[in-house]
Design a protein around this ligand. Structure first.
Ligand SMILES: Cc1cc2nc3c(=O)[nH]c(=O)nc-3n(C[C@H](O)[C@H](O)[C@H](O)COP(=O)(O)O)c2cc1C
Length: 409
């Protein structure tokens, strides 16, 4: 039986420490304990976090008290103090994902609550032992679909592998209908607001999806399917704000994991302007052909911005001069990342200028070696582009327009 719609209310903030921790009442006897990292600007040394982040832990107070996820090790002290202020003993810690930003405070929690049992997936158990030195006997494996009863509250434990590591799971709380989703549907966004509108979350959710979730789009589709029959009233991820209108993020994930739009993203760099002239010409022609394009100069725009554009692009044009026979290093490192993150692009075209001899095509194909893409005929020219080079670019523009219109996927 599902209960009344949960809604977030302020409980208290720990202002002594510059609001490092915020406690929110999410529903009756359900609390969000959020650690705020307002100033964090990168994650995993890859992902930009221009709006900081939070590490969210959730407490269900009942006959048995359950803590879902924790925080990063350096914020363990604040989490323990806030639990103390809520006057609870912890019976269960559900570790939805062993990565240190969610489970790093578990050793400190175990020192304070030595009788607490840790629950996690099989893969999580092994990782908790290896990453955090948590003794095996403290951790119980959960089975997919297992229900943990706290008393009035029932927590449905659902195995959802690869959102973001092999160990990941989510938990669905009844009667409130709250989905504790860990990294699934998360965003790096330090805000005290809860989300009810798409525009409030779209950009940071997309940045997060692009870097963390995109390589696993097939698994995401499978896991979305697994959640389809749940009546989800609220999504409480372990990073970023709580989402009070779950359909907005569920729709985005549905689209991002299975569709592209007819968009073409052009990523370029140019040292002396010849490749840039090619990009300008191609941009003009594609615009005349009414193709939706985004142009990104890698010299002044981060690779992260490009990766976000690729979430819903159907084609990518790579424009690079030849440097020591290969793509410019900024292009090469971008290609390395694209190959890892596997955006759903279907077509790739390579253009660029070289001086005397080039292996750029071979190297580009190699760098994108594990992607399922069709390479269009490259336009590689010696020196500055001339009339016949512009004609080749026009031909490429027409080909791109035709290709991206061929299907709607
Ligand atoms: C550091 C450096 C290394 C280069 N290495 C090569 C090379 O291996 N093969 C080649 O054909 N041209 C090479 N070139 C020449 C450039 O590819 C050529 O000048 C090209 O037109 C530059 O395009 P851009 O004007 O878009 O920067 C090199 C240029 C520089 C500055």
């Amino acid at each position: 039986m599902i209960g009344p719609v949960p809604s977030v209310e302020w409980e208290r903030t720990n202002s002594k420490r510059l609001i490092k921790m915020v406690i929110k009442r999410v529903a009756e006897d359900v609390y969000a304990l959020q650690s705020f990292d307002w100033d964090r600007r990168t994650f995993d040394s890859i992902l930009e976090t221009p709006k900081g982040t939070t590490y969210n832990s959730f407490l269900i107070k009942d006959e048995k008290n359950i803590l879902i996820d924790s925080t990063k090790p350096s914020m363990a002290k604040e989490l323990l103090e806030d639990l103390e202020s809520l006057n609870v003993q912890i019976d269960y810690i559900v570790s939805q994902h062993a990565e240190q930003d969610h489970s790093g405070a578990i050793p400190a929690l175990l020192r304070e609550y030595p009788n607490a049992k840790i629950l996690g997936t099989r893969a999580c158990k092994e990782l908790l032992e290896n990453l955090l030195g948590i003794p095996a006997e403290k951790i119980q494996n959960i089975e997919d679909g297992q229900v943990l009863s706290a008393g009035r509250h029932k927590l449905n434990l659902i195995v959802t592998p690869w959102v973001h590591w092999p160990d990941t799971m989510v938990s669905y709380l009844l009667p409130e209908g709250i989905l504790f989703s860990c990294d699934f549907f998360a965003s790096h966004f330090a805000t005290t607001k809860t989300i009810t509108k798409l525009e409030e979350i779209q950009e940071e959710a997309k940045r997060y999806y692009a870097h963390i979730m995109m390589p696993f789009s097939q698994m995401i589709q499978g896991n979305l399917e697994k959640l389809r029959n749940l009546e989800i009233r609220m999504i409480a991820p372990s990073h970023g704000p709580i989402i009070e209108k779950p359909e907005i993020i569920l729709d985005l994930y549905g689209r991002w994991s299975s569709q592209t739009s007819k968009k073409v993203t052009i990523a370029y760099i140019s040292m002396h302007g010849s490749t840039e002239l090619m990009v300008k010409h191609l941009t003009r022609t594609l615009t005349d052909l009414d193709v939706n394009i985004r142009v990104i100069n890698l010299a002044n725009t981060s690779t992260g911005e490009l990766i976000m554009e690729l979430v819903d692009s159907r084609a990518m044009i790579i424009a690079s001069p030849t440097v020591l026979t290969r793509p410019h290093p900024s292009v090469a490192s971008m290609l390395y990342l694209v190959n890892m993150l596997k955006p759903p692009i279907k077509y790739v075209a390579l253009i660029g200028s070289y001086g005397w001899g080039t292996l750029i095509e071979k190297e580009t194909r190699k760098l994108l070696g594990t992607m399922n893409i069709e390479f269009l005929e490259p336009v590689l020219i010696k020196g500055k582009p001339h009339k016949e080079d512009f004609e080749r670019l026009d031909k490429l523009a027409w080909e791109i327009k035709e290709k991206i219109g061929e299907d709607e996927k």
